[in-house]
Structures are given as structure tokens and as C-alpha cells.
Write a protein that binds this ligand. Sequence first.
Ligand code: 13P
Length: 247
Amino acid sequence: MIKKIIAANWKDNGSKEFIKDYFDYFKNNLNTEHEIIFFPPDLYINQISTYIDNNNFYLGGQKLNANVGDKPFTSGNSSEMFFDSGCHYILVGHSELRISTSYSTSNDLYYANDLQIIFCVGEDKSDKESNNTKDKIIRQLRELCNKANYPKIKPKKVIVAYEPVWAIGTGYTPELKDISFIHRFIKTYVSENHPFLKEKDIMVLYGGSVNSKNIKEILRTPYVDGVLIGGASLDAKKFTKICNLKI
Ligand code: 13P
């Protein structure tokens, strides 16, 4: 049995009715050996948490409100609130947030506290075309490896999600050998540069146009510890089938 992480990033999708139908099916048909994590919109975290029993899946937040420090701040959610609502994970650095100039991965890392970070990295199309993939990823990983970002809690592990921007929602994926190469590179870079973590503490997920057809070969690729799925996680039947795969 090989256990992988299968994470579902719902982005801004869902409704109370959708969630009821989805989890009625999912709970009755889930038979998995993997670790399943859902990242729903914040407003639905509490509703989904009522479906968890026996740790059959975990919850995570999509975005921390990290602009606050200790001052009151209108809107947003702190790591303590996510934890209190049943979340164990937090996404940091998703490419859809990185395009905003006010977004800062180091703020998120600073305030993540007890939540397990899933740190997203990946090159865009122009980086890829100009052979700058590794340089871009190194620049992004520097924040993850900056000791100043961990003022209170020394992380014991980290999950990095390699999500090439040009592969998100497009139907295109890198060649498997390229996924493997970048995952290995990420593990080596983080283990050599992170102030607290060794190679065994670093997991790397792949994200970008993962679906029920390509999932098996991606999960069987060397250095792939799991996947972060967007669009294909919104279909309860397809996603349950993905979760039930034996690798
Ligand atoms: P898709 O699976 O829809 O390409 O989205 C990937 C993603 O952005 C997950 O965070």
C-alpha cells in the first residue's frame, strides 16, 4: 500500500446544497488508503466539518488573513479561527493569490502557527519559455526557507505543491519526467536551505489539470507524494474514484 496526499482545492465553488449532495455520495462511497484534504471556501468549512468522522478526511483554509498582526482588521480569518473550525492545513502562495501585489507569502508563513502549510510554487508560461523555471521556483522557495518567517513555531514538516501556472485549468500537464525532475529539485533545495527541515520532512504534491485519466501515472511518478486538484475535485463521483485508487 502506498499512501499519498490527495487534496481538493475548491477555490470559490460550492453552495450548501452542493455540499450536501457531494458529501452524501462521498461518505457512502469512500474507501481510501490515502490522506484526503478539502480546501473549501471559508464560509462552508463548518458545514463540511460535520461530515468528518474517524479522520476519514481533513480540512484546510485557502487563505489566511495575515495582514493583521495583533491589530484589529476588517475581514479575513486568522490561523486560530481556521483551527477552531476544524482545519489542519492552510494553502500559502497559490498562483491565483500571488498575482495580487498586496499578497505576501512571508506574512502567511509568519502567522500560520499550528496549521500545516501547503506552500505552492510554479513557473508561468513565460518562465517556462525562457528556461527560467528553476530560478522562479528558487525565488519562491527562499521565503519558505527564511528563518525569520517562523517566529513562534519550528515547523516539523512542510508540503510543497508544484503547480505550473500554465497547467492550471488548461488541460495541459508537464511531461512526467519534468514533474519528477522539479519535485526532486524542490526536495533537495528545501532540505539544503530550510532552517529546520530535512529531506524526510518534505513532501511535494503536483497540481495543474490533474483528472481521473492522468491521476494514476502522476501518482506513480518518482518524487510525487500526492496531488492538489482543482476542477476535477468538484465532481463527487470522479473525485471519490480518484481517492479510492490503489497505487
Ligand atoms: P486545476 O486542477 O483545475 O487545473 O487547478 C489546479 C489548482 O489550481 C489547484 O490548486
